[in-house]
Design a protein around this ligand. Structure first.
Ligand code: ADP
Ligand code: ADP
Length: 230
């Protein structure tokens, strides 16, 4: 079963007044299939639809037309609560801006998503510790985000995404806030996660970063110009 299976996905943004509506076709007829264990980079110029596609893949937004299944589950017609449940179970997000809670230690930032699973505290902390060890931060459990370098903060964010054991790791410009040394460190971590069999989709406009992926999907004017099919 593909992790991502998209057929003819179109996204139209409508704005304006009752007398004059503006339509933007952010995505037009996108076909995209991604299998378990793939490492894919989504690339394309600004405005080509990368963020829109990312949001649809991660169930943060819905297609205007077309079919999308995540992990074999068609998402058409699902309500917000069902989408949120599937999103929490299946997708781990990593963003450019880390979004760590400043008053929580690395360990507690990573344990937080497990609260919604109803796991006991000891089990949450045990899993969080394991996730931090897996990204090489076993010696930074009790540090606050302000006590960590940019590369370390992003590794905490990656551990927080992994702690839920998602089907898909979805990373939006994961190196956008990092210097080149930290950026390399994060790309090496993604290589390692790929070797462990994780499914990774990342949006990047940096050619060096995209080149680390095993497949590049190129968007142009809301269409897949290259790489949509495995
Ligand atoms: P990228 O991430 O490649 O820069 P986006 O997916 O952000 O591309 O945008 C694709 C197109 O959709 C652009 O023309 C953009 O202006 C438009 N767009 C994105 N989000 C919205 C929105 N919420 N409302 C209206 N237009 C939007
Ligand atoms: P790395 O290359 O491992 O991301 P650096 O070489 O930038 O980290 O930093 C070395 C150490 O200094 C890190 O392990 C971290 O604990 C500490 N450190 C780095 N940046 C900061 C910062 N902005 N504030 C506090 N401590 C920092």
């Amino acid at each position: 079963t593909p992790v991502v299976e998209m057929r003819g996905v179109t996204k139209v943004y409508r704005s304006g007044s009752s007398t004059r509506t503006v339509e933007v076709h952010a995505l037009s007829g996108v076909d995209l299939v991604i299998y378990p264990g793939e490492y894919v980079a989504l690339m394309g110029p600004s405005g080509s639809g990368k963020s829109t596609l990312m949001h649809i893949i991660g169930l943060l937004d819905s297609p205007t037309e077309g079919q999308y299944s995540l992990g074999g589950e068609p998402v058409r017609g699902l309500g917000e609560a069902q989408l949120a449940r599937i999103r929490n179970q299946r997708v781990g997000f990593v963003f450019q801006a880390f979004f760590l809670l400043p008053r929580l230690t690395a360990l507690h930032n990573v344990a937080l998503p497990l609260v919604y699973r109803g796991l006991p505290a000891a089990e949450r902390l045990k899993r969080a510790r394991k996730a931090l060890e897996s990204v090489g931060l076993g010696d930074r459990l009790d540090h606050l985000p302000s006590e960590l370098s940019g590369g370390q903060k992003q590794r905490v964010a990656i551990a927080r995404a992994l702690v839920q054991e998602p089907d898909l790791l979805l990373a939006d410009e994961p190196t956008g806030n990092l210097d080149s040394k930290s950026s390399d460190e994060i790309m090496e971590l993604f290589d390692a996660l790929h070797r462990q069999g994780k499914t990774i989709v990342m949006v990047t406009h940096e050619p060096d970063v995209g080149a680390r992926a095993k497949r590049i999907v190129r968007l142009r004017d809301g269409k897949v110009a290259d790489g949509g099919m495995a």
